[in-house]
Design a protein around this ligand. Structure first.
Ligand SMILES: [Zn+2]
Length: 73
């Protein structure tokens, strides 16, 4: 009788582990962070680049600090 209870506990633990596993989103790919990026155009050379990489000045985007200086001089 003691072994039957022990066996029941072991099965309960295995069953509980099996149940808890699919709940964890293991194969969820991180697509939320790399969604469509807002692209801006360099006012000097016309290069398109993501707005977080652009050099912004007076509401105008540039691909680099050098092009900002060239365009504003
Ligand atoms: Zn440029």
């Amino acid at each position: 009788m003691k072994y039957l209870i022990l066996l029941g506990v072991v099965f309960a633990v295995i069953w509980w582990i099996k149940l808890s596993r699919p709940a964890t989103p293991a194969d969820k790919t991180s697509t939320a962070t790399d969604g469509p990026q807002n692209m801006v155009r360099c006012a000097h050379c016309g290069l398109h680049l993501p707005d977080n990489e652009a050099v912004l000045s007076r509401n105008t985007a540039y691909c680099s600090e050098a092009h900002r200086v060239l365009a504003e001089s």
